[in-house]
Design a protein around this ligand. Structure first.
Ligand code: IMP
Length: 191
């Protein structure tokens, strides 16, 4: 099956194509030469994933999916959530985003958090399907580790003594929010 992944991030495409294997071909927006930024103006992860998938389905008329991810911190009432990319300001700096989280959590005992990914798939008949992946863990008091991206240096997944920024990509993909959501998508495509 041919499916469009509504993203311009080549790392995400590579990651997914690896998990999917040869049964399905994933085309990104880069493959289709579509370079304009997709709108994400909804106030939920599900809303944003659906907004991007619907836009691409209408534009190209083919099966497609889109994802949206947020870091949800219990004692911040689920923030930064859907605003994870720009929590420290409009420039979308990973460091500023983490600094903002660390200062808001200063002195708080409850540091429980989870990453949540929602994938919205629109099949070739226009029917919509949602898949969710959650990875639970906690926010450390400072940044640890050099790998990964985003909030990885301050997020330690449950049952691990390392942050996402210290774990190998292989381990991270196995236990991560995005990895779990993608597994559900693949199970569905293979059924
Ligand atoms: P996106 O929906 O995948 O673009 O993710 C939105 C924001 O969430 C990113 O800009 C990152 O700040 C954060 N994020 C998403 N996935 C991860 C991850 O696996 N580790 C750390 N931060 C992430």
């Amino acid at each position: 099956m041919h499916v469009i992944f509504a993203t311009q991030n080549p790392n995400k495409v590579l990651e997914i194509q690896n998990q999917v294997g040869e049964l399905h071909t994933i085309q990104s927006l880069l493959d289709l030469n579509y370079l304009e930024e997709l709108e994400e103006t909804q106030d939920t992860l599900q809303g944003n994933a659906l907004q991007k998938a619907r836009f691409v389905y209408q534009k190209f008329g083919k099966a497609c999916f889109a994802d949206d991810t947020g870091l949800e911190i219990e004692s911040l009432n689920g923030e930064p959530g859907v605003y994870s990319a720009r929590y420290g300001g409009p420039e979308k700096s990973f460091d500023k985003n983490m600094d903002s989280v660390l200062s808001k959590l200063h002195g708080k005992m409850n540091r429980k958090a989870q990453f949540r990914t929602v994938i919205a798939l629109i099949d070739e008949n226009g029917k919509e399907h949602l898949f969710e992946g959650i990875c639970k863990g906690e926010i450390l008091e400072k940044k640890v580790g050099k790998g990964g991206f985003g909030y990885d240096p301050i997020f330690q997944p449950e049952s691990y003594q390392e942050t996402f920024a210290e774990l190998s990509l292989e381990v991270k993909n196995k236990i991560s929010h995005r990895g779990l959501a993608v597994s559900k998508l693949i199970q569905f495509l293979n059924a």
